[in-house]
Design a protein around this ligand. Structure first.
Ligand code: COA
Length: 583
């Protein structure tokens, strides 16, 4: 089928669907929902069988839904309507939630139902449930809906109107959730309530509150029942997080967005309030960002950095933790990343906030490179990257520095840098990528700037294995596989082989040469006359919506450009190639 993905942004859910639909053999083009006229133009060019809308902030115009089947992916159970579905579900402690695929009509979220999927809820951040359970259910729901499409066209199947839908529990229409409804009452709310409210707002928009007398939005909360204090008071810090007492314990607040800096951006709490946090007692955060555990002869290093972004000091701390783990008598060291992301590379928000973003970019990339080098130089054991969630840009290449990469099938990889203002990239990618996929394919991956599914990555040798497990089963499998690797009968000869290969590679061209050449390009990105990287980073951090669909996603624009005048959006891409990373 010919499908148009109409979406506010090419976010994780849209990328997942884009990959899954293509894997099913559909022809998929993407249009970012910018204006009705641009969407109409895209539809006219692509002439899709079906329009799939995974993430919209506005209604689809009647000019489109009255002529084409438009399937809206709504992150709520059947009957649920409104823009804050997941927020309400988490805040009110729903035990089960779902995704409904419904056909757009004049009534927002009121169209006929093509597919409905449910999943059990668990205590987690909204952003995490959105990238995990919602994305999985959306894929199942859209694929189910598309199976019905030929029968719908032939008239042998009809979607179910909402009032005819039979389900044990039906949702209701809910208004957009207001900050007043999210507000934490520190004098009365217990830890579970505080966490629910913060989880329901995580990612965006956060809970509006006051810290150190300053208005801000709070994000990234973790319970700390082992601490007590006067409810509402900030009683300590650990690394970049601050600890705030509740009525029956405390919560760690990892990130904040200060309001006086509006339209500011998220920063670690102890960075945004540096002076205030410095005066707090340093406490221990048992489930903090970096954690090491050992099972038999395998070590597991977890690094659950918020949003997968890795600042200079996080890289330094992780490198130290890696070096410490290497002192342990294990035979396999597994780099687990975090539950939602393995890594998304250098920390663009911290860079944006620095006095000199160019200097901080340089420091951050050097710290990433040092970490990658430490992994690449490990000769006394095997290393494995276990991708429980997505990995992007430098984070993807950092994983390739290990001996083996295993991923959950739902993980999406973005093994390229150019979307960030034509960034050249480092992390030894010029050594690691061609070694895995060959020189030609490496060049194509870098130029195409497209997401790759875990299964696609295995197929082309980018990673070693992927498994269609849920999160818990995948971690258990990774543990089992690591222990198997540690005890393979030919462990010694395999390790010797790895060392010989590395030594041969080093003799051909030292790693230092790869790094120096990459950093020449990166220095040009950071300090050169072309400010594209700085513009792109600024747009990314401030979440400035795209003004047009990047050309490499909008296949329908290709149909328009060979003859005649390019349509407006295509022309815009040509006018501003630097900001899209286009050439
Ligand atoms: N630095 C800081 N924040 C980052 C980040 C980074 N490197 N990568 C992702 N984030 C943040 C996003 O701003 C977003 O923040 P939010 O919680 O305030 O919404 C959150 O992580 C999730 O990112 P999002 O873009 O919504 O996730 P996605 O799964 O839809 O897309 C990527 C994944 C990797 C395509 C996208 O995040 C990206 O392009 N990241 C930048 C990668 C990069 O260029 N790194 C620098 C070069 S090494």
């Amino acid at each position: 089928m010919r499908i148009l993905l109409l979406t506010h942004s090419f976010n994780s859910l849209s990328q997942r669907l884009w990959l899954e639909l293509q894997a099913c053999g559909h022809e998929v083009s993407v249009e970012l929902d910018i204006a009705d006229s641009v969407a109409e133009e895209a539809v006219a060019l692509w002439q899709p069988d079906v329009i799939v809308a995974p993430f919209l902030k506005r209604a689809i115009p009647a000019s489109i839904w009255s002529r084409y089947v438009c399937l809206i992916v709504h992150p709520g159970i059947v009957g649920d309507r409104g823009p804050s579905s997941l927020d309400w579900a988490i805040q009110e402690g729903a035990s089960e939630w779902g995704v409904t695929v419904l056909q757009a009509n004049a009534e927002m979220d009121g169209g006929d139902i093509w597919a409905a999927q449910t999943f059990p809820m668990h205590a987690a951040k909204k952003s995490s449930i959105y990238r995990g359970e919602v994305a999985d259910a959306a894929v199942r729901g859209v694929l189910e809906a598309l199976v019905h499409y030929p029968e719908y066209v032939s008239g042998s199947w009809k979607p179910t109107p909402l009032h005819e839908f039979k389900a044990p529990v039906l949702g209701i229409e809910r208004p957009s959730i207001k900050q007043a409804q999210r507000a934490i009452d520190w004098q009365h709310d217990d830890t579970a309530t505080v966490l629910r409210k913060l989880n329901a707002a995580d990612g965006c928009p956060g809970v509006k509150d006051v810290l150190f007398g300053q208005p801000c939005h709070l994000f990234d909360a973790h319970a700390a029942m082992e601490y007590r204090g006067t409810a509402g008071e900030v009683i300590g810090r650990s690394g970049d997080a601050v600890l705030r007492a509740t009525t029956d314990g405390a919560v760690w607040i990892g990130h904040v967005r200060r309001i006086e800096h509006d339209p500011g951006f998220k920063l670690p709490a102890a960075v945004a309030f540096a002076a205030e946090a410095a005066a707090l007692p340093e406490l221990s955060f048992a489930t903090g960002e970096i954690r090491y555990e050992e099972h038999g002869s395998a070590g597991f290093l977890h690094f659950d950095f918020y949003n997968g972004a890795m600042s200079t000091d996080q890289c330094l701390r992780l490198r130290q933790a890696y070096a410490d783990a290497c002192k342990r008598p294990t035979r396999v060291l597994v780099l687990m990343g975090g539950g939602d992301f393995w890594s998304n590379g250098i920390h663009l928000n911290r860079i944006e906030a620095a006095d000199s973003p160019a200097d901080e970019s340089m420091r951050n990339i050097e710290a990433m490179d040092d970490l990658a080098l430490e992994i690449l130089s490990t000769t006394d054991r095997f290393t494995v990257a276990v991708m429980q969630g997505n990995a992007g840009a430098g984070g993807c290449f950092l994983a390739l520095a290990t001996d083996q990469v295993w991923a959950r099938q739902s993980a999406v990889l973005n093994p390229h840098y150019k979307n960030m203002g034509n960034l050249y990239g480092s992390e030894y990618w010029t050594y690691l990528l061609p070694a895995r996929v060959g020189r030609e394919r490496a060049q194509a991956i870098m130029q195409n700037r497209l997401p790759v599914s875990a299964a696609g990555a295995v197929k082309e040798g980018l990673i070693d294995a992927c498994f269609d497990d849920d999160a818990v089963a995948f971690r258990a499998r990774a543990k089992r596989m690591a222990l198997e690797l540690a005890t393979v009968p030919d462990y010694g000869s395999r390790l010797a082989e790895k060392c010989t290969r590395r030594a041969c590679d080093e003799a051909k061209k030292p790693l230092a040469e790869y790094r120096a050449a990459e950093l020449v390009e990166m220095r040009r990105n950071f300090y050169g006359f072309d400010p594209s990287y700085h513009y792109a980073r600024h747009h990314f951090v401030y979440k400035i919506a795209h003004a047009f669909t990047p050309r490499h996603l909008a296949l329908h624009r290709e149909l328009a450009s060979p003859a005649g005048d390019p349509p407006a959006a295509a022309a815009a891409t040509q006018r501003y190639p630097a900001l899209t990373g286009g050439s």
